[in-house]
Write a protein that binds this ligand. Structure first.
Ligand code: 3H9
Length: 705
């Protein structure tokens, strides 16, 4: 009856099936197809009950996000769900895969829900800067109680079927064919002729919280405590409260109003951009269609230090065996010990069982013999950041690794092509740049060398997904995308101190912008001595930027948190650091020596001078083809450096601010500080002249490719 919705019969039961690959998004065609199907079945006397199912890998993953912001086409999802709920005969939803957002809301309009054991249900709208907007905030509290509903809606995390059954969100969970189970239930309830159970007519589970909202309010405060700058988690709480305070029809109307306000707001636009950008980032424009990666069943990691250990944990977590190679038994024991300690912390926090730890540890084998890489399909080198050592290792790997192995370096800055040239198979070499802590941070920069073969690139992307990272393909340059842009920011941080700002002012401006931490607090956490030692070895800063204040602090033995003093003072037991007048005096002294006249610096200038040079560097990265799209750069900064997701990443943010403004401000700072390095990149200058955006530049480039 429609391209994407079909109706079949099984005795007295009609089965309405949505078939809109890949995730059965509820596009206009789907909504109208289901609407028409339901209308036809309503008065069909031969039909006693209806099953609503989806074909393919999942029940619906929700509203079609690509339709947001376009003229709405009736029927709306709400109208459709209300129509289903009002059906005079029972409607049973047959759920499999990931039943999310509008998909889950659709099932809440049905009168019964049967799910396969592997299914997950959830309302992830909050992650798109939204609230559920098709009745979810009003029906779910009526189904599982307002506090549990609040947890599902504010966290946005999917709930496994077994837990959803416990909560009362599902009527049945089955191991076998979910459609058959739903048909059986439909037959049963159809034959009984019982009136359908409509969630919007229930309010028994709301009574306790209405009488005493203390626990609800506490849960709301807990759930939104870490919502730094985000509007949607608070809006979710507000919407669930409508279910307690208003009649259901009014609650639905208010939910809709709030949903539309968020959908048209900047935060949701940014978060939707991030959703699609993350999926694009691993797509390589010139990769031949259908390219498949090499199979990876065994991994070897060279180096059991902080990075090597963290990287190995990712594979063990995904059930992939890892051989960890070290130069001495001592270093190996230390590395494996740290991994076990980290896992045990997860156990103590209730995130893992002791059994899980045993399983993971049993997948990790230590060795001091490099020849043990011989059976690995993927080898990741994670040793000291020194070119000579890396070259030596790749020379050895070339003689030891099997011919089909993919050879990766975890370098943060160094030239992957130079490393690849140490082997007779540069086509099999690339960078896999993890971010610290490597078992936690989502970003994986995949560095494509000049000769990296498409199949090798595909291997890294596929394995990146398997270990639940967000892979972004980048090209070779000093620092790749993330660290190269960070360097542009770092060049300004100390400069601002010398010109008159305090560390706490800079950090406050950056955290208010939305980063979890300011650059000075971050430096104290990571340890100031690391950069200091490197600068001493190299006889100065690699980038010509000043680190005089950080160097002077290190000379005083102030390495940051680990010594109790750095840019801040860290008292035992206190959270975070407190400003130190001694540091302020030191900054003033260094500025005076350099002949810099200090002045009041406002928050706006701090933000502009730290963020705009990064954007300019991003423009260079784009023009050089180091990143394929501005969205790739955004993905790097959001997943690797804590750029606020609700600002969409630096390049999306730049488009929001306006490229002309950014260009003009950079020119202004270049003139007022005399620093030519602050001049805007040629691409930024050109797009500003044209009144264009990075987004339209990306579109043009993609079309040309
Ligand atoms: C909502 O429902 C609002 C309602 O409350 C109210 C409305 C009034 N729409 O992730 P994958 C695409 S808001 C359009 O790679 P996986 C995706 O871009 C929605 N497209 O697969 C990709 O395209 P491409 C609430 C969508 O197996 C392809 O499908 N729902 C949508 O790794 C495959 O996706 C959500 O937030 C969509 N809703 O993961 C769920 N979803 O191939 C969002 C996916 O061109 N979706 N696409 O790159 C997900 O979380 C994951 O896609 C899912 C599958 C877990 C389902």
């Amino acid at each position: 009856m429609s391209d994407v919705v079909g109706v079949s019969r099984d005795g007295d039961v009609a089965v309405v099936t949505i078939d809109n690959p890949p995730v059965n998004a509820l596009s206009h065609a789907v909504r109208s197809g289901v609407f028409e199907a339901m209308k036809g079945l309503k008065d069909d006397d031969g039909v006693k009950a209806i099953v609503l199912a989806c074909a393919g890998r999942t029940f619906s993953a929700g509203a079609d996000i690509t339709e947001f912001g376009k003229t709405p086409q009736p029927p709306s999802l709400i109208e459709l769900i209300n129509e289903i709920e009002a059906m005079p005969k029972p409607v049973v939803a047959a759920l499999h895969g990931t039943v999310l957002g509008g998909g889950f809301e659709l099932s809440l309009g049905c009168h019964y829900r049967v799910a396969s054991a592997a299914a997950k249900v959830g309302l992830p709208e909050v992650k798109l800067g939204l609230i559920p907007g098709a009745g979810g905030t009003q029906r779910l509290p009526r189904l599982i109680g307002p506090i549990e509903a609040l947890k599902v809606i504010v966290s946005g995390d999917p709930v496994p079927a077994a837990r959803a059954l416990e909560l009362g969100a599902l009527d049945e969970v089955v191991d076998g064919d979910v459609n058959q189970a739903a048909i059986a239930l439909a037959n049963k309830v159809g034959a009984e002729g019982a009136a359908p159970v409509r969630l919007s007519e229930r309010d028994d589970l709301l009574a306790d919280v209405k009488a005493d909202p203390t626990a609800f309010n506490e849960a709301a405060a807990r759930l939104t405590a870490r919502a730094r700058g985000l509007e949607a988690p608070h809006a979710c709480v507000e919407a669930v409260k409508f279910s307690l305070d208003l009649p259901v029809a009014e609650g639905m109307a208010r939910e809709r109003e709030l949903f539309l306000k968020l959908m048209n707001g900047d935060q949701s636009k940014a978060q939707r951009h991030v959703f699609f950008a993350e999926r694009q980032a691993a797509k390589v424009l010139d990769m031949p269609k259908g390219t498949k990666g090499r199979p990876v069943e065994k991994v070897a990691v060279i180096g059991a230090g902080t990075m090597g250990g963290g990287i190995s944990m990712n594979f063990a977590n995904a059930g992939i065996p890892v051989t960890i190679i070290e130069t001495s038994q001592d270093a190996l024991d230390r590395g494996l010990g740290t991994i076990e300690k980290n896992y045990n912390i997860s156990v103590s926090r209730g995130r893992m069982t002791e059994d899980d730890v045993k399983k993971r540890m049993s997948l990790l084998t230590g060795s001091t013999d490099m020849a043990d890489v011989a059976d690995a399909d993927l080898i990741i080198e994670a040793v000291f950041e020194e070119m000579d050592i890396k070259k030596e290792i790749f020379g050895k790997l070339d003689t030891l690794a099997k011919p089909t192995a993919v050879l990766a370096t975890n370098t943060s800055y160094l030239d992957v092509n130079e490393i690849a040239r140490m082997t007779s198979r540069p086509g099999s070499v690339l960078g896999m740049h993890f971010f610290s802590p490597a078992n936690v941070m989502k970003l994986l920069e995949i560095v494509r060398g000049a000769e990296t073969e498409p199949e090798v690139l595909a291997t890294a992307i596929e394995i990146g997904r398997r270990i639940r990272k967000v892979p972004v393909v980048v090209g070779v340059c000093f620092g790749f995308v993330g660290n190269r842009m960070l360097r542009a920011r770092s060049l300004e941080t100390e400069q601002l101190l010398l010109e008159g700002a305090t560390p706490q002012q800079v950090d406050a401006a950056i955290t208010r912008f939305g980063f979890p931490m300011g650059p000075f607090a971050m430096g104290d956490l990571a340890g100031l001595d690391i950069g200091w030692r490197i600068r001493k070895q190299m006889g100065g800063s690699a980038d010509g930027g000043s680190a005089d204040v950080a160097d002077a602090l290190c000379e005083m033995g102030r390495f940051g948190q680990k010594t109790g003093r750095g840019f801040y003072i860290y008292e035992k037991g206190a959270r975070g650091g407190t400003p130190d007048p001694e540091v302020e005096a030191l900054i003033a002294e260094i500025a005076a020596k350099k002949g810099i006249k200090r002045r009041e610096i406002g928050e706006e200038e701090i933000v502009e001078r730290l963020i705009y040079p990064m954007i300019s560097e991003g423009a260079k990265i784009l023009e050089e083809g180091i990143a394929q799209r501005p969205g790739d750069i955004d993905t790097v900064w959001i997943n690797g450096y804590g750029f606020p997701v609700w600002r969409g990443g630096p390049m999306f943010y730049a488009d929001q601010v306006g490229l002309k403004t950014i260009r003009d401000r950079l020119n202004h700072y270049a003139e007022t500080t005399g620093k030519e390095a602050l001049r805007p990149a040629p691409l930024l200058d050109r797009l500003a002249d044209e009144g264009s955006t990075f987004a339209s530049y990306a579109k043009e480039r993609e079309q040309a490719a």
